[in-house]
Ligand binder design. Structure first.
Ligand code: PLP
Length: 225
């Protein structure tokens, strides 16, 4: 019982501290569906998962229990797993290759669904290979019109995994500046309005840089096992 109290308290605490224009995405990966139900009961509606099978399983487990739930996807998405994810999510935050973009577009054409996506940006200095470099993102956005079944909604990024707040803040600012640059350069991308930066350990810094979407897992649900 103390656990449910924690989830509820954590959500209420975050809600008080986040400005109204910032969307809270509860990252429920590795936590059981019962934890999602607790967060839902506390008023949380938007949840994100990072593994296709886990998302698909939880959707089944929660069927009929959380009618207003909104799912997002934030993990690496292999093109052979699209069917487990795309029909169910409002946003794929983690598009990290042109190949994935093409496959999502193709799936959307067949399924008759336009998919909202964020481009996941590579942070200079991080050893992670995921995400686009800025030049790559610009190049594909020049051709945004060819992805008829995709709506480009903005950028997602993670800061370098370091304690130095100045480095974290400058990583976030770089993504924020790049988003502004993209919006100026491509005014035709009318829905390009999401800047998804900030996690449990660094969201206050992300807010300083202009985040309007934070992805928070452990600060809501506790440590992942
Ligand atoms: C797991 C994960 C999060 C949440 O991380 P916490 O530190 O638990 O808040 C956010 N974004 C992505 C992409 C993740 O994979």
């Amino acid at each position: 019982m103390t656990k449910s109290l924690d989830i509820k308290e954590n959500i209420e605490d975050l809600r008080q501290r986040l400005p109204s224009g910032v969307k809270l995405v509860a990252v429920s990966k590795f936590h059981p569906s019962s934890a999602i139900e607790e967060a839902y009961a506390a008023g949380q509606r938007c949840f994100a998962e990072s593994r296709p099978q886990e998302l698909f399983r939880k959707i089944g487990e929660l069927e009929g229990k959380c009618p207003e739930i909104e799912w997002q996807f934030i993990g690496h998405l292999q093109t052979n797993k699209l069917k487990l994810v795309l029909p169910y999510v409002s946003l794929v935050q983690s598009v990290d290759s042109v190949k994935l973009l093409l496959e999502i577009d193709r799936w959307g054409k067949a399924a008759g669904k336009t998919t909202d996506i964020l481009l996941e940006m590579h942070i200079a200095g991080e050893d992670s290979k995921q995400g686009f470099f800025e030049e790559e993102a610009l190049e594909l956005l020049f051709n945004a019109g060819k992805y008829a079944n995709i709506r480009f909604r903005g950028l997602m990024g993670m800061a370098s995994n370091v304690d130095d707040e100045e480095i974290v803040l400058s990583d976030f600012r770089r993504i924020a500046d790049f988003k502004d640059y993209v919006c100026d350069l491509f005014p035709e991308l009318e829905a390009f309005d999401i800047l998804s930066i900030g996690m449990s350990g660094d969201w206050p810094l992300a807010l300083q840089a202009g985040s309007n979407m934070v992805r928070i897992g452990s600060a809501i649900f506790g440590e992942r096992s």
